[in-house]
Write a protein that binds this ligand. Structure first.
Ligand code: SDX
Length: 430
């Protein structure tokens, strides 16, 4: 098949530029603009609204249809039939594991759940009221100080053990940040438990009693990790790729992803959703907040609504809403006031012309916080949970990039500053 191309003509430039066009398996074609710099041009795309930063085989999103595929498998099917560690295997290796492969993968992950005993002393440097995301930025970056034995990113075995260490230790570090904030002793992992049960054990267990984990809550926790696992080239994953492109070690890259995720426009939205629902306080006040969200002069946005890619329902939000109903009925909280407000808000917003016209629908963050609150996890831990689930996505993208040929990421700019001028001595300034 002849190579397809786009032609570009620029006013005042007689030369017609020819740019290759590449097609993916599914999704929009891309116009390859790499040659433009050699012809004296940059592309201009703040926020990367129209930019494909890389080629990837991991996740595909169709924002108009509300489709999310991990290695080709729809998120709805994975949420119903798979579990978080199986999806970790899928994202990392590209195929669903056989029973033997899954057993080996789970056993290997569960054998890396402990952290170096010295690491606990990093927590003591923080105030007890430090935001757990601040702690996670610090301690995950610090992991690279403990693993000098496997930081050669060109070595496949080193990359794999770093992946196992990060998948396995994030729940441990996350639970430690919670325990530290409430002055309770850290809990060691219990590797006889499954991944999500072990996390709840480390969060809510104490050394004086045997932990009893509610299987319904453990299943919900596993589903939440699974729904957050990966999401194509979102801001934090792009931060991980850009950091990784410099050759930085995987722990530093994941710390960069955690920092990027923290913002309320991204992973920090789940905590902001709870703040918003609590501020609304009663269904009668919903119209007031809808009006504020539509008011151009009011910076308030309906947290948990809207998405750069989804212009339809976020498929994860639908599964999260169903999980929310399951958990709250299991706990006898069907009439939870925040859930009632959230459901009323969703109904009113998705019927409102402004939200319909701007294609603003609930996203993954809208219901997750209500489930986490019902499980007993405090608001400040919600983005830590998101980061824990997303760690596999960050690692899979990092691994995909480092395993192939890559260049350091170094965008250019449209410069609109001062033209060149000579220095003026202080005695001659106005
Ligand atoms: C995540 O990228 C990913 O995949 C992210 C994520 C992942 O899994 O990694 O899916 C996770 O980050 C989900 C998003 C969580 N964030 C929130 O819920 C915060 C609230 N939402 C927004 O701030 C916003 O919708 C974004 C940041 C999510 C998307 O912003 P965009 O794509 O840059 O769109 P925009 O800000 O240009 O908004 C387009 C229009 C604007 O109006 P106009 O200027 O065109 O008149 O829609 C309006 C916005 O004012 N708008 C909203 C709104 N979101 C957008 N108005 C009210 N409430 C909102 N929530």
């Amino acid at each position: 098949m002849t190579a397809r191309k786009a032609t570009l003509t620029v006013d005042g430039n007689p030369t017609t530029l020819e740019l290759p066009v590449h097609a993916g398996t599914i999704g929009p074609d891309v116009i390859d603009v790499q040659s433009l710099v050699g012809k004296g041009y940059f592309t201009f795309d703040p926020g990367f609204m129209s930019t494909a930063s890389c080629e990837s085989k991991i996740t595909y999103i169709d924002g108009d249809k509300g489709v999310l595929l991990h290695r080709g498998y729809p998120i709805e099917q994975l949420a119903e039939k798979s579990d978080y560690l199986e999806v970790c295997y899928l994202l990392l290796y590209g195929e669903l594991p056989t029973a033997t492969e899954k057993q080996h993968f789970v056993r290997t992950v569960m054998r890396h759940t402990m952290v170096h005993e010295q690491l606990q002393f990093f927590y003591r440097g923080f105030r007890r009221d430090a935001h757990p995301m601040a702690i996670m930025c610090g301690v995950v970056g610090a992991l690279s100080a403990f693993y000098h034995d496997a930081l050669n990113i060109t070595d496949e075995a080193h990359r794999e053990v770093a992946a196992f260490r990060l998948i396995a230790k994030m729940p441990t570090l996350a639970a430690m940040s919670y325990k530290y904030s409430i002055g309770m002793p850290f809990m060691y992992p219990d590797n006889s438990l499954d991944y999500a049960s072990n996390f709840l054990h480390m969060m809510f267990g104490n050394p004086c009693e045997t932990t009893k984990v509610n299987p319904v809550l453990a299943k919900a926790m596993d589903r939440i990790f699974l729904l957050h696992a990966d999401h194509e080239q979102n801001a934090s994953t792009s931060a991980v790729r850009l950091t990784g492109s410099t050759g930085a070690n995987p722990f530093a890259c994941i710390a960069a992803g955690i920092a990027a995720l923290w913002g309320p426009a991204h992973g920090g939205a789940n905590e902001a959703v709870l703040d918003m629902l609590e501020e609304i306080g009663d269904e009668s006040r919903i119209p007031e907040f809808i009006a504020r969200a539509k008011d151009k002069n009011d910076p308030f946005r309906l947290m948990g609504f809207g998405h750069r890619v989804y212009k339809n329902f976020d498929p994860r939000a639908k599964v999260m809403k169903q999980t929310c109903d399951e958990v709250l009925s299991e706990l006898g909280l069907e009439n939870d006031p925040l859930l009632r407000i959230a459901k009323a808000l969703e109904r009113i917003a998705t019927e409102d012309e402004y939200f319909i016209q701007k294609k603003l629908y609930p996203n993954v963050d809208f219901y997750s916080g209500i489930i986490l609150k019902a499980i007993g996890i405090p608001k400040q831990m919600y983005t830590v949970i998101f980061a824990t689930g997303r760690t596999i996505g960050w690692i899979a993208h990092w691994h995909e990039m480092i395993s192939a040929s890559y260049k350091i990421g170094r965008p250019r700019q449209l410069y609109t500053g001062a033209p060149q001028r000579d220095f003026v001595g202080i005695d001659k300034r106005g």
